[in-house]
Design a protein around this ligand. Sequence first.
Ligand SMILES: Cc1ncc(COP(=O)(O)O)c(C=O)c1O
Length: 420
Amino acid sequence: MSATTNHATPAAAAGTLDVERVRRDFPILRETVHGKPLVYLDNAASAQKPRAVIEAEAAVYESYYSNIHRGVHSLSMRSTDAYEAARETVRRFIGAAHGREVVFTRGTTESINLVASSYGRGHVGKGDEVLITGLEHHSNIVPWQMLCEEKGARLRVAPLDDRGDVILDAMEGLIGPRTKLVAVAHVSNALGTVNPVKRMVEMAHAKGVPVLIDGAQAAPHLKVDVRELDCDFYAFSSHKVYGPSGVGVLYGKAAHLQAMPPYQGGGDMILSVTFEKTTYNELPYKFEAGTPNIAGVIGLGAAIDWVEGIGRGAIATHETDLLEYGTRQLVEVPGLRLIGTAREKAGVLSFVLEGVHPHDIGTVLDYEGIAVRTGHHCAQPVMDRYCVPATACASLAVYNTREEIDALVRALHKVREVFL
Ligand SMILES: Cc1ncc(COP(=O)(O)O)c(C=O)c1O
């Protein structure tokens, strides 16, 4: 994880963080479930929202909501300014060179589909190949599979070792003259593996192949700098980075986006329309057809401001401590096997408990007020690779504590008492 510290606040001095202070920003963390204090460990699926985000979205609707980009009245101009300010915040957050390289979408899934549909259809033909890895989320498998089916192309998959690391030599060997795109997760939601994406980009670029990075699980935890990574596309979702759901980001290098056809047609993505011909709007609006999630985008801007206020370095340090602590505690639970022990990991603790189905684990934990995700985590090939039908997954966020890990471990002992 990155150890860079941004703007320090009283909650984050010298790279450390006052977790009780952070928790006070999240109204939902005061809730109880089945009479027990909520322990929310389902952050890889979606993170909770700080008051700053809730209030930013409410303020849009309470005081200046209007449609954007096409009004001369004051509310429209205020909404447009706030929406575009959020684009600038995202640009800074991911280190993009220009706001026109930042496209707002509905989420990572839509961002990847946009690239598969617009870039993919133009560059992938019969007999060509798209390369992914064995740890991808379905969102970074299925769009490429659909493209390959349509074009008569082939989806290739870089294999994983037993710990959950991509075997880099094998991956390099799979990048050949027919490879038209490499699409890879920055961080795996099912295993926690942090992929060496910079190295992967270098490997692909050395053979002239562009790279899309699925950053859904990286943006909340790591410092992301798209220019340093030199990736061609980068996708992430607002709702995992403490922002509203229904909003996502696609970063694309301007040269690619410029050359790509629009993904959807409609209002806002045009300069002029006649029945004979339409000319498309400039970047990034060419890819933002129709009325977007205005308040959601503004909420994402507020979420990023909140994250930067805490400091990404402080967040990473705190989550790394929790991950190490959680790993040590969990492996002491008899019969528990961690799935995913990669050399570099983000805050995902995926596990199976011998003799107990993950859904039963999830149900007992819920009665203890503990929210974890159980199932295949939209990564069925990962389950197949490690020969498990499903796992239970505790995923960490900035507001989690060592005490919550202890509560999880106590509850897992209860699970064993009930089922074994
Ligand atoms: C690695 C990864 N990629 C893509 C996605 C899809 O994100 P969304 O559902 O926000 O589009 C997820 C969601 O869990 C994910 O973890």
